[in-house]
Design a protein around this ligand. Sequence first.
Ligand code: ASP
Length: 322
Amino acid sequence: MERSIIKIILIPFLSLLIGIVESNDDVNNFGLIVHGGAGSFSGLDENTLNSYKSGIDQALAAGYEVLEQGGSSLDAVTSAVIILEDLPLFNAGKGSVYTEIETQEMDSSIMDGKSGKGGAVAGVSKVKNPIALARKVMEETEHVMLIGKGAEKFAKKVGVELVDPSYFYSEKNLNRVRKSKKDRKLGTVGAAALDQYGNLAAATSTGGRTNKMTGRVGDSPILGAGTWAQNELCAVSGTGHGEYFMRLLTAADVCKLMEYSSLSLEESANSVVNKLTESGAEGGIISIDSHGNISAVFNTKAMARGYKTKEISKTIKIYKDN
Ligand code: ASP
């Protein structure tokens, strides 16, 4: 009798211990996908294409290292996007395009799949890394989005770096808006990640569309449109004609289709991009689900992208196959 009581008490206790040891050995799948804009990428020389790939590679390496060392998906997407914002080639941060009145107005957002919280900034012109400020909005205010001067005032308060607008000056981008109102610079950036603890996060940053009206805000800082993360489902960042992403709630749609229709990540992403195509919009989305499955779908000729997970080796591509 006494023995059986000891068994009843000890066995669950021991198996709990064994369980703990097993889960320590079995680190969950984790990984990251980043993008650097969707479009035709035509007429680019080999050097420029390689620079796009190298930028994606650097961002991927930085984000992946965070995950590998046990960091959070939020930190991974933040560091990946900061690298792309600092490279003049991409249309975000330093490389942001000009508006119709030759100003630069940047938009950015980040979302935490664990808490469901998000942060965003729009129409900022002096913030070196808009994604860093979006994260502060999420973590240090009770709001989701701050715009323009108010956002910059908040940046000063929380110590997010402000720069003189001349930091963003680019002759190439100015010529783009002056010469050809239709020459759209590609290169909105974004990232979606799953960490070892099963938490998903996504982030997007852009200078918007060349020659946009001053004051225009696109999808990139809108949770659900350009960025979405929801634990147990997926994390998504989009790039393309933002007005359509806003109307179709593109980023959230990927996860919501999975939630309501039990579609796989790939099926949901395809279905969402089909909706963009049917509406006449060009663009693409990157996503990762809670198991570490990766998806990159676009209806343009190309989308600069890179991904790596614990189970999928590093891949960097611009066109469909290379
Ligand atoms: N989605 C961005 C916007 O509409 C632009 C882009 O991704 O190319 O502002």
